[in-house]
Write a protein that binds this ligand. Structure first.
Ligand code: NJP
Length: 246
């Protein structure tokens, strides 16, 4: 689609991939709605975007709360009159070995990585169906393709997001012209590993950090590419890994 003046809600916009994507889309003419829990970071990002002549709206919210999405959508429609797309990017990755039974972290991953995506889709879908178009991009992961140590639950959530995206695509794209994409990155240089509490995993992550990873902007570029295809094109999956990652 032509991005100019398109209204795109981006979850997890306070850092990493979400932040880079917000900057990239705003620079290309989109009106971006920044959603995450960290209000100060979102306000700072809004200022950066506006300084660069872009347009941004802050919608502080937790993706696990469907009411926060409802409020974000209301704010978006009040400010910009419509919504054209949703990028479900918020996520967390507290990797741990299953036998450690870090069940609270399992719940968090299911709630944010999977239910957060479902909440987002449920909130914007009526608007997209009404307008017979738009885009939903779900940030899944390389973890949807393969297991890695400590990733049993994380991989399960990201596989679910990939398959949910395919279901959405089959149900929505031919019928309503809503494009649906699953983005599946390998290692990206962000704060994602900060939630890991399992010491055995932390050691393994240090090895990973020796590799040249992707940068958030690489994924932002992929999202821009996805959103700017002609209407007849649906990018189903984009699986992007660092050249050095096996
Ligand atoms: O990580 P990070 P990434 N409600 O930690 C937000 C996937 N991915 O950019 O609420 C709302 O910098 C949090 O905001 P805040 C990954 O699984 C990454 O790498 O303010 N927002 C922050 O903005 C994830 O789906 C890699 O704390 C919530 C954002 O999520 C996506 O990329 C590899 C929230 C996380 O930003 C972006 O992560 C891969 C909530 N309840 C997939 N909880 C990678 N980096 O290597 C968290 O395969 N957030």
């Amino acid at each position: 689609m032509e991005l100019k003046d398109k209204v795109i809600i981006i979850t997890g916009a306070s850092s990493g991939i979400g932040e880079a994507t917000a900057k990239k889309l705003a620079k290309n003419g989109a009106k971006v709605v920044l959603m995450a829990r960290s209000e100060d970071q979102l306000n700072a990002l809004k200022k950066v975007i506006e300084k660069d002549h872009g347009q941004a709206l802050v919608a502080v919210g937790d993706v696990t709360k469907s009411n926060d999405f409802k409020t974000a959508l209301e704010k978006t429609v009040k400010a910009y009159g419509k919504v054209d797309g949703l990028i479900n990017n918020a996520g967390l990755m507290p990797l741990s070995f299953v036998e450690k039974l870090k069940t609270e972290e399992w719940d968090q991953m299911v709630d944010v990585n999977l239910k957060g995506v479902l909440n987002g889709v449920a909130s914007v879908l009526p608007e997209l169906i009404r307008s017979k178009g738009g885009a939903i991009i779900n940030v899944s992961s390389m973890a949807a393709h393969r297991y890695f140590p400590g990733g049993a639950v994380y991989c399960a959530t990201k596989s679910a997001v990939k398959m949910f995206s395919e279901g959405l695509r089959q149900e929505l794209t031919p019928k309503y012209g809503i494009n649906v994409t699953s983005i599946e990155p390998g290692a990206v240089d962000t704060n994602l590993a900060d939630t890991i509490t399992d010491e055995d995993i932390k050691e393994k992550m240090e090895d990973m950090q020796k590799m040249t990873t992707l940068e958030s902007e690489d994924i932002a570029n992929a999202i821009l590419y996805t959103l700017t295809q002609p209407k007849r094109v649906n990018i189903n999956d984009l699986y992007i890994v660092p050249s050095e990652q096996k």
